[in-house]
Design a protein around this ligand. Structure first.
Ligand SMILES: [Zn+2]
Length: 197
């Protein structure tokens, strides 16, 4: 599927192999729906209703909308509802079946981003604490600028130099396309730079 290919930056051959691995690993319908949902766009009120629905899949979709939203819009649309969002997230049910990643992880990450913006920090301060955010995905939404990308064949990872378009913080990010999920490791560059958060 073109969406997955562009999201992960995988070549077609690698993507096919990854798909095969996922099928062998018994990827659930839920997970497929999650990936398909990556391209959706929701209005702020729909995002809030999705979180308040206490449905994990709906909350997952809402989470990615929040993760892809700029600080100013987060402040305007979601911070006034932070208390209700926090309460709804805490009430989301545990997944029925064991999975590689808890389906609530994304909305918990989105909440962490909102908490950090509420503290006056840039949302990118949270990138350091998660493996879920990929620079090239954020770049599509204008949140990150990828400056250089190197393929590290030994580690089988992308080594990406990038910066936050909102506060200017520079990062190095390693992206591993993984056996089940792509994951990232963000490290901030501080040399010669004054942090904005
Ligand atoms: Zn930033």
């Amino acid at each position: 599927m073109a969406l997955n290919k562009s999201f992960t930056g995988l070549s077609r051959k690698m993507y096919n192999k990854a798909s095969q691995n996922r099928q062998q690993a018994g990827w659930t319908r839920f997970t497929r729906l999650c990936w398909q949902a990556l391209g959706i766009s929701m209005k702020p009120e729909e995002v809030l209703n999705a979180i308040y629905s206490l449905d994990n899949l709906e909350a997952w979709k809402a989470a990615w909308e929040i993760i892809r939203t700029k600080n100013t819009d987060l402040t305007e649309f979601y911070l006034p509802h932070l208390k209700e969002i926090r309460e709804a997230v805490s009430r989301l049910p545990a997944p029925d079946k064991p999975a590689m990643r808890d389906s609530r992880d994304s909305i918990k990450l989105a909440l962490k981003i909102l908490e950090s913006v509420a503290e006056g920090k840039c949302k990118c301060s949270v990138y350091l604490e998660t493996e879920q955010i990929l620079p090239e995905s954020q770049e599509k939404f204008g949140l990150v600028e990828v400056k250089e990308k190197r393929w590290d064949a030994k580690a089988y990872e992308d080594d990406i130099e990038c910066s936050c378009t909102e506060c200017g913080q520079d990062f190095n990010c390693r992206v591993n396309h993984g056996y089940h999920y792509p994951w990232s490791k963000w490290v901030k560059k501080t040399k010669g730079y004054t942090l904005n958060w």
